[in-house]
Design a protein around this ligand. Sequence first.
Ligand SMILES: [Zn+2]
Ligand SMILES: [Zn+2]
Length: 153
Amino acid sequence: VTQPQIGFFCSRCTRYNLYSISSPLPSDAGRCLECGHVDAPDPSEALLSGGPIERCPQCGNPQLYTRKDFPQQLGCAAVSATILLSSVGYALWDVPAAVAVLALASVLDFVLYHRLGEVTVCYRCHAELRGFAPNPGHGPFDMHRAEEYEQGS
Ligand SMILES: [Zn+2]
Ligand SMILES: [Zn+2]
């Protein structure tokens, strides 16, 4: 894993920005590249040394969830490539080839999935924390909890 990184959405213009965690924190951490607004981060001591993650460095919220760090576009591309290949296989070589392509694709999916890193995401401000030791207390995404954040706070 590379250097731990925080991705956050500017509270003024909502642009997505990134900064790396190091000790001491870089002086431009939290500055928006678009509008220059600074959302001064407040990482805990543990976070500065690589984790585990206790709370969100952007808003202080202790409730976060983990998900696979999977680029959405890559997922769509993989699915359409699989469909295309299996129809070509079907047209050229009949059913067994199409099945073989699908099987191969699922193996590739599996390998890819397990090579992906985990990202921890804040329920409140949607900041993304990459490259830190995970906190076992942070589970997968919880719809009900997310809805509570949408409605209030
Ligand atoms: Zn901004
Ligand atoms: Zn947050």
